[in-house]
Each structure stands twice: as structure tokens, then as C-alpha cells.
Design a protein around this ligand. Structure first.
Ligand SMILES: O=P(O)(O)OC[C@H]1O[C@](O)(COP(=O)(O)O)[C@@H](O)[C@@H]1O
Ligand SMILES: [Mg+2]
Ligand SMILES: [Mg+2]
Length: 356
């Protein structure tokens, strides 16, 4: 990484490319196009109601979710920024039923780009941080037209992943497999400046994030974990825990990268057709790559998320990530037979184990 003065995203990417003498520069060009899309979305977010970007678009996506105006707009911005660059073989988006091929292009690009153009869209209208998430993998065969099946690669195959967060300041956080690095958008020069090199997630934490309104649908291992956190100093963990829930995956990830913590959107029994809330290819996979590269752990709750073989473009999955000690604990709870515990206070090992 360059030393002295400001390091911009472009400088960082050039430096990274030096470590790969065989690289053609295509990946860097693609990341620059993605970063440009994020910059454009950031401007739309900043103008908010003045740019007419709030509210519903009056349509739904392939997953039956209401599309916000900014979901649709951000999707268009991502597509336009990347379809003519010659670097992608195809794109997949939360907001598109099927993959998108670049228009009439030959030779095709070498990469597959999957993205959630606007994450946390329920927060747009209330002016809370939202973001964009992206994942880049290699097209298995750039000599033929890319297919949906080409996108179904485990997370460990990603060559780059990142997110932009549109918060009080706009940041781009990326990994190319050599650490996780944060760039802040200089709003005057319009440049991404390296502000948070080599982010590290502490292995221990006393902060967890989960949507507790789903508690009646949780599996016993998740219920046990949360019960034990809530029991605090007087429970089996012998420590008080704090809780957060922003409902923007990007914002939760950012907090965890900044100060640690654990996030759970676990597999539950709310809707048998949906094994989890978050999408594997353009939410959980890229966030996992960023978290692992920052020394954290990313899991389905049972095992490493980046080893899951995807089966569908918009597949959902249970997702637990953050400080390694907590994620390991949650995985261990899932391995234990459920009837071994009911709650921290009343289970076999609990304070009142003898009286129940
Ligand atoms: O509304 P819930 O159930 O708390 O879900 C919140 C989760 O849904 C998401 O908003 C899904 O993202 P989208 O806004 O891209 O659909 C995540 O960012 C967040 O973690
Ligand atoms: Mg999302
Ligand atoms: Mg989205």
C-alpha cells in the first residue's frame, strides 16, 4: 500500500495489481465502475426528498417485496455503470428476476457481478443509513454466454466483495482477499480516500444484533444464545450485553467492522419456503468475505457460510457473523441436542436445573 499522503482507491487498486503481474487491469476497471455507481447512488441518497427518491415505486421484485423508488433507481445506476465497460460477462441483482447480459458485446468480460443495489430499503424514508453490496466472481467460461448456473459459486470463489454505506459520511469497504479496507468519499473532490486500512473485528464482544420480533420462530440454539445474553451478569455468561438492530445489513456490518459485535438473522421456522431472510449471493456471501478478511467469522449458524454451494440466484440463508468467539459459540450451541437446554436459568446446566 502506498505510504505518505492520501491513498485513493485508484492508487490502492494499482498497488494491489502489482502483486499480480498476470492481471490485465479488468478487475480494477470493474471495481472502479462499481465505485462510480456507488458515488452516483450516494448523491441521490443525499438529495433525498429533493430528488424525489423517497417512497414506493409501486412495483414488486422477484421475491415479492415492495420496491422503493430508490431500489429501482439504484439498480438502474448499477446496470448502466457496468454494462458497457466490457468487464462483466453478466450481472445479477436483487431487483432483477434473471441475470442481465451486457448488450451486444464481444469479447465478453471475464467477471460476474452480483449486487444488492440498495440494502436496508425500509430505512430510506426515515433517513437512516442504507448501502449497496456487491460480489465479484470469475465467469467460468468467458468464451460463451454466461448463465444463471455460472453465478452459483460458493463464497470462497469471490475475487472481490464490498459495500458502500450511505451514512453521515459515505464509505466504500472492500476486500480483494488481502485484508478489508475502508475508503471515505471526499465530498468535495469526489474521491475515495483510504481512511480505515486493514480493519479488524475483535474476537470478543458484548454486543449482539437480532430482530427479536422473530423470537417465537427461532431454533432452540438461537433462543438459548439470546437468553444467555439477556440474562447478563447474573446468567451463565456472567456479563451484561448490549443490543442493536438497525435493519440495514450494511450498517450492522459496518458497526461490527468498527467495534466488533455479532449479528444474527438465523434460519427460523417463520416461513418454511424461506430458510432465512438474507440472500446468499449478494448479501451473505460478500459480507462473509469482508468479515473473514477482517479476522471475524461468518457462518450459517452451523458452518462456514462461504463453503455453502448455492442452488438458486435469489436463495436465502441463515446468517450469523462477527466476532469469532461468539459465532463459534452459536455454532457449538447448534451442535448440541436441543433437549440439553431450555433456557439459561432452567436448563440442565442452569441455575435452577434441580427444581424443574
Ligand atoms: O426487516 P427485518 O426483518 O428486520 O430485516 C432487515 C434485513 O433486511 C434487509 O433490509 C434486506 O435488505 P433489502 O433492503 O436489500 O431487501 C437487510 O439489510 C436487513 O438486515
Ligand atoms: Mg439487502
Ligand atoms: Mg436491496
Amino acid at each position: 500500500m502506498p505510504t505518505g499522503g492520501r491513498t485513493t482507491l485508484v492508487q490502492y487498486l494499482i498497488e494491489e495489481r502489482r502483486r499480480h503481474p498476470e492481471a490485465t487491469g479488468d478487475l480494477n476497471a470493474l471495481i472502479t465502475d462499481v465505485a462510480l455507481a456507488c458515488k452516483a447512488i450516494s448523491r441521490k441518497v443525499a438529495f433525498g426528498g429533493l430528488a424525489g427518491v423517497l417512497g414506493s415505486a409501486g412495483s414488486g421484485n422477484v421475491q415479492g417485496e415492495e420496491q422503493k423508488t430508490l431500489d429501482v433507481l439504484s439498480n438502474q445506476i448499477f446496470l448502466r455503470a457496468n454494462e458497457w465497460g466490457g468487464h462483466v460477462a453478466a450481472m445479477a441483482s436483487e431487483e432483477l428476476d434473471d441475470i442481465s447480459l451486457p448488450p451486444g458485446q464481444y469479447p465478453r468480460g471475464k467477471y460476474l457481478l452480483a449486487f444488492d443495489p440498495l440494502d436496508g430499503s425500509s430505512n430510506i424514508d426515515v433517513n437512516v443509513s442504507v448501502g449497496s453490496i456487491f460480489s465479484i466472481t470469475r465467469a467460468p467460461d468467458p468464451d460463451r454466454e454466461a448463465t444463471t448456473a455460472d453465478f452459483l459459486q460458493p463464497g470462497r470463489e469471490q475475487v472481490c466483495a464490498g459495500y458502500a454505506i450511505y451514512g453521515p459520511s459515505t464509505m466504500l469497504v472492500i476486500t480483494l482477499g488481502s485484508g478489508t479496507h475502508g475508503f471515505t468519499l471526499d465530498p468535495v473532490l469526489g474521491e475515495w480516500v483510504l481512511s480505515h486500512p486493514d480493519l479488524k473485528v475483535p474476537s470478543a464482544t458484548r454486543e449482539f444484533a437480532i430482530n427479536a420480533s422473530n423470537s417465537r420462530f427461532w431454533e432452540p440454539a438461537v433462543r438459548r444464545y439470546v437468553d444467555e445474553c439477556l440474562a447478563g451478569r447474573t446468567g451463565p455468561r456472567e456479563a451484561d450485553f448490549n443490543m442493536r438492530w438497525i435493519a440495514s445489513l450494511v450498517a450492522e456490518t459496518h458497526r461490527i467492522l468498527m467495534r466488533g459485535g455479532v449479528f444474527l438473522y438465523p434460519k427460523d421456522n417463520k416461513d418454511p419456503a424461506k430458510p432465512g431472510r438474507l440472500r446468499l449471493l449478494y448479501e451473505a456471501s460478500p459480507i462473509s468475505f469482508l468479515i473473514e478478511q477482517a479476522g471475524g467469522r461468518a457462518s450459517t449458524g452451523r458452518s462456514r457460510l462461504m463453503d455453502v454451494q448455492p442452488e438458486a440466484l435469489h436463495q436465502r440463508i441463515g446468517f450469523v457473523f462477527g466476532s469469532a468467539d461468539e459465532v463459534e459459540r452459536i455454532e457449538a450451541y447448534h451442535r448440541e441436542p436441543a433437549d440439553d437446554f431450555r433456557s439459561p436459568l432452567f436448563g440442565k446446566r442452569g441455575l435452577f436445573a434441580d427444581i424443574v
